[in-house]
Design a protein around this ligand. Structure first.
Ligand SMILES: [Zn+2]
Length: 271
């Protein structure tokens, strides 16, 4: 089942979490969109050119207001470290394993981290009068408990699997850096190389790019495969396999750094 498609719960309002960009004047903007939410009810509109003839959310489209079922599920976005809102979602709702998409949304509680200047927090409180403002995230979650839908799957960013993944990635990078003559010299070297290649090839095919985390792991897996193949291609391996991998990883790291930086900017730069 997809993180935001499939299940259509037949219930009233569902409480879920989402993050925003806190713009000038305390206005809350979606991460991808330049229309600020208003106080009270908001109605989702399909932003895709081809989808203007349907109401949001549509099962075959990506439209609707996105909200998450847990704090852990919002962690892919650096903004969630500073701004989180409990939103009430209703109307047509399509839920998945991580969260839901809905037709309507209203901000009930708004948590702003201590990094947010008081003046901006006051402006936000003034703009969203029907929402309660919090500086303590846990308190907001106690006052507005999130709805637990059956279709949600637990999200634990630091599971043992996660640690194994990064440990294996490190081992594979080290092995791939060894000269091919070393790897070929012993059975242990050859089989370790082959097993790692198989594992990461499988991982690259298995991780579906359904959220930022999976997409990242998939890129890591495919990069490791190229890295492992490189020693057997001589000088060409450096130019055609390693250099692109280093560039991709460097670019991804730079992009991550930029988004971490822009998430810490208050008010956020809205284009
Ligand atoms: Zn749509």
């Amino acid at each position: 089942m997809d993180p935001f498609a499939g299940f259509e719960p037949a219930v009233g309002e569902i409480r879920a979490l989402r993050t925003f960009r806190l713009g000038p004047g305390g206005a809350l903007f979606p991460l991808f969109g330049s229309w600020a939410w208003t106080d009270g009810a908001n109605r989702a509109v399909c932003g895709n050119q081809a989808g203007r003839d349907h109401d949001a959310p549509h099962p075959d489209c990506t439209c609707g207001f996105y909200a998450y079922g847990s704090v852990a599920a919002t962690a892919d976005y650096p903004q969630s470290k500073y701004v989180l809102a409990v939103v009430s979602c209703w109307g047509h709702v399509i839920a998945g394993t991580r969260g839901l998409r809905s037709a309507y949304g209203r901000i009930e509680g708004l948590w702003l981290a201590s990094d947010v200047p008081d003046e901006l927090a006051e402006q936000a409180a003034d703009r969203y009068r029907s929402a309660r403002l919090y500086r303590d995230r846990e308190r907001m979650l106690t006052d507005f408990p999130l709805t637990d839908l059956d279709c949600y799957e637990p999200v634990a960013p630091n599971t043992p699997t996660h640690r194994w993944f990064w440990l294996l990635t490190t081992v594979a990078i080290v092995i791939g850096t060894l000269p091919s003559t070393w790897l070929n010299a012993t059975l242990v070297g050859r089989s370790t190389w082959l097993v790692l290649l198989g594992l990461f090839l499988l991982g690259g095919l298995a991780f579906r790019a359904r959220d930022a985390g999976s997409a990242r792991r998939r890129i890591v897996c495919l990069s490791v495969v190229l890295w492992l193949l490189a020693p057997f291609m001589g000088t060409g391996g450096w130019f055609f396999l390693r250099l692109p991998v280093i560039q991709t990883v460097g670019l991804a790291a730079w992009h991550r750094l930029q988004s971490e930086r822009s998430a810490r900017r208050f008010p956020a730069l809205i284009e």
